[in-house]
Design a binder for this molecule. Structure first.
Ligand code: AMP
Length: 286
């Protein structure tokens, strides 16, 4: 496994693999890896000659009052985990390598970027799209793997790839959870014991949605209100949003008919957690 930290070295490495006709599967991450990340890595490893992973805590996707400075980092542990997975390349650039002084270019997927997480995290998806497009241009993968944990991110990046005619297949992968249902996240480490316990209400609210849908309920307002009541009954939570939206447009739905995304963001103390359930072609995925 090679660890590359600079852009010119990376470009040379990628060119050599391209010349040798190798296919490249790519997994962008911010590090502090868990089983959710590793499931994407395994997908990339299975489907391609070369598996490449980037580890970069991207300052441009954090708001000024957000957790960029304290975001957990442990490169040595991450590298050991990736080595065990048979990864060929880790790209681990510095902020200055990605955004040298005078950096000015940004990518926006209009409209979609302002909904759901975008409305409480202005500029977040502009930062995500910018760094992902830069990484795509540097690594030139055949396939890129992303988790349904960040459903809005998947939907926005698919749109970016389509709109900009990028020759890359986006491969969304299942959301990986703890045994008790909590979605794995690098940010779970911020939770104290009480918050960790209270955080289960996110998953319970999705189980509630599943049972309501199975019982034939389709009215979004009814489902949403029951989720809000359940989550609010847990005193350690503060809801950022609970939304039931169209899977393509991310606009609120009156009734769940076609494909829908049930998405939520909830604060446990100072930690903001997200989770979601997808209703696609009549099948519930969570
Ligand atoms: P991050 O390091 O948080 O930027 O995440 C990197 C990639 O891992 C993104 O595509 C995430 O959607 C994905 N990911 C994070 N947590 C999970 C999870 N619990 N299950 C599946 N994928 C995940």
């Amino acid at each position: 496994m090679e660890i590359i930290t600079t852009v010119p070295e990376l470009q040379e490495r990628i060119m050599n693999w391209e010349k040798a006709g190798k296919t490249i599967g790519f997994v962008p991450t911010m590090g502090y890896l868990h089983e959710g990340h590793l499931s994407l890595v395994r997908g990339a490893r299975r489907g391609n000659d070369i598996a490449a992973v980037s580890i970069f805590v991207n300052p441009k996707q954090f708001g000024p009052a957000e957790d960029y400075n304290v975001y957990p980092r442990d490169f040595n542990r991450d590298a050991a985990l990736l080595e065990k997975e048979g990864v060929d390349l880790i790209f681990y650039p510095s902020v200055n390598d990605m955004y040298p002084a005078g950096y000015k270019t940004y990518v926006k997927v209009e409209d979609l970027e302002n909904k759901l997480c975008g409305s409480s995290r202005p500029g977040h998806f502009r930062g995500v799209c910018t760094v992902v497009l830069k990484l795509f241009n540097l690594i030139r993968p055949d396939e890129a793997y992303f988790g349904w944990k960040d459903a809005q991110q998947v939907i926005i990046l698919k749109k970016m790839v389509e709109d900009l005619n990028l020759p890359i297949k986006i491969r969304p992968m299942p959301l990986i959870r703890e045994k008790d249902g909590l979605a794995l996240s690098s940010r779970n480490i911020y939770l104290n014991q009480q918050e960790r316990k209270a955080a289960l209400v996110l998953y319970r609210s999705l189980e509630l949605v599943e049972s309501l849908i199975k019982d034939g309920e389709r009215r979004a307002a009814k489902i949403r209100q029951q989720m809000i009541d359940l989550i609010s009954a847990e005193p350690l939570t503060r809801i950022d949003y609970v939304e039931i939206v169209d899977f393509q447009t991310l606009d609120p739905l009156e009734a769940i008919e076609g494909d829908a995304l049930v998405a939520l963001a909830v604060y446990l103390g100072r930690t903001r957690l997200i989770d979601n359930l997808r209703f696609i072609s009549g099948v519930i995925e969570k």
